[in-house]
Structures are given as structure tokens and as C-alpha cells.
Ligand binder design. Structure first.
Ligand code: AMP
Length: 204
């Protein structure tokens, strides 16, 4: 997150200490961070990586009451651990596995669980952007990184939908064409008149 926020500040040609940035690392592991004037003031992973965003096989946020109900049903600690860390998230929702490429192609062919997995993943990420913008009193930039953040234009587009009220105006063409490599480590996906810049950054 520090690296991704640093690249965003470089692009914006402003000191990190003057910026409020939400970074989204979206890969098999996924997390969001509120980088508030150069400090991480919020991050979605908790005491363990399980909390927060929907991940490849981890649930992210889940009602603690669900765990109590599962314990009552006979799950033990190891079974709960296996369920929440290895059988949930995109894999559990889609029933297909943790590879978003496969899930996107199944969704395109009408697979309802694959569609659900994509919708839930994007919805959760969008909620965190809104929450962190509120917690920081505003946001200057949103940064996407990780395998999904770098490569899935469709997921980025879905996450940014409905964020116009925050001042995010996505540029469809820039989003579709964004491509980051080690020698070209960021791409902007918002329009020049967007108040908030959304940037794709190659993970380091
Ligand atoms: P990471 O853990 O950062 O390597 O990210 C892995 C995730 O990125 C997996 O869910 C992959 O399916 C996803 N991913 C990688 N390339 C693409 C792509 N071209 N389109 C959609 N998802 C991708």
C-alpha cells in the first residue's frame, strides 16, 4: 500500500503528506488501505488477513453470529478455519475456484453464481472506498493494484460505478486500455475532469 500510494503521489506531482488516497490491493489476497496524508489510518485486514474485502478463497467480513451458528451445527475450529480461509470468497461464492478470469468467462456465459461472486466482490470494495473517503473527510485518488486490480477492467469499472457522487468520473476507454508493466508502472483510468483520480499501479 505504501508503494502504491507513493506511485500515485508521484503521478499527481504532490507530496504524499497532502493527499488522501484509498489503495485497493486486489489479488488472491485483497485489502484496502486509507492512506491519509501519508499515514495508513485504516486498513481492511484485521488481526489476521481474513477480515475485510472478499478474497480468492477468504470470506472477508462476515457476521460473527454466523460463526456461532456454525459452531452450534458441529463445526470445530479447524473446520471453520478451512471454510473461512480456503473455501470462501470468490471460490465459495462462484463454486468454481479462485481465478477471476474463469469466473468472468462463466458469468459471461450466464452462470448465476459466477455473476454473484463478481457482484459481491465489487460491492464490498466499493463500500470500503466510501467508508474510507468518509473516514478521511474526502479522497484525492483511488489506486488499483494486484492481479485483479491491474488486469480486470471489468471489475475496476464495476467498483467505480456509482462513485460519481465522490467526484470519480471513469473514462471507459482508458479503463479498458489500461495496461501496466514494470517499465510502465501506472495508468490513469479517470477523465481529465474527474476530481478524484483513479490509477492502476503495477504491484511491486
Ligand atoms: P495476485 O494474487 O495478485 O497474483 O492476483 C491473482 C488474481 O488475479 C486471480 O484471481 C486472477 O484470476 C486475477 N487475474 C490475473 N489476471 C487477470 C485478468 N487478465 N483478468 C481478470 N483477472 C485476472
Amino acid at each position: 500500500h505504501e508503494y502504491a500510494a507513493g506511485i500515485a503521489a508521484e503521478f499527481l506531482e504532490r507530496p504524499l503528506g497532502e493527499l488522501r488516497i484509498v489503495t485497493l490491493h486486489l489479488g488472491n489476497g485483497a485489502s484496502a488501505c486509507a492512506v491519509e496524508f501519508g499515514r495508513s489510518s485504516e486498513t481492511s485486514m484485521g488481526n489476521t488477513p481474513l477480515e475485510g474485502l472478499v478474497m480468492g478463497t477468504r470470506s472477508g467480513d462476515v457476521d460473527a453470529g454466523v460463526l456461532l451458528a456454525l459452531l452450534r451445527e458441529g463445526y470445530d475450529v479447524d473446520a471453520l478455519d478451512e471454510l473461512l480461509n480456503h473455501q470462501s470468497g470468490l471460490a465459495g461464492l462462484s463454486g468454481l475456484g479462485n481465478d477471476l478470469r474463469e469466473i468472468e468467462s462463466a458469468a459471461a456465459q450466464g452462470n448465476d453464481r459466477a455473476r454473484l461472486a463478481i457482484i459481491v466482490f465489487a460491492h464490498r470494495a466499493r463500500k470500503y472506498i466510501g467508508a474510507y473517503a468518509a473516514a478521511m473527510g474526502g479522497v484525492d485518488a483511488i489506486v488499483f493494484t494486484g492481479g485483479i486490480g491491474e488486469n480486470s477492467a471489468s471489475m475496476r469499472g464495476r467498483i467505480l460505478q456509482r462513485l460519481e457522487f465522490l467526484g470519480v468520473i471513469m473514462d471507459e476507454d482508458r479503463n479498458r486500455d489500461a495496461s501496466v508493466q514494470s517499465d510502465n508502472d501506472y495508468a490513469v483510468i479517470t477523465t481529465p475532469r474527474s476530481r478524484v483520480e483513479a490509477i492502476v499501479v503495477k504491484t511491486n
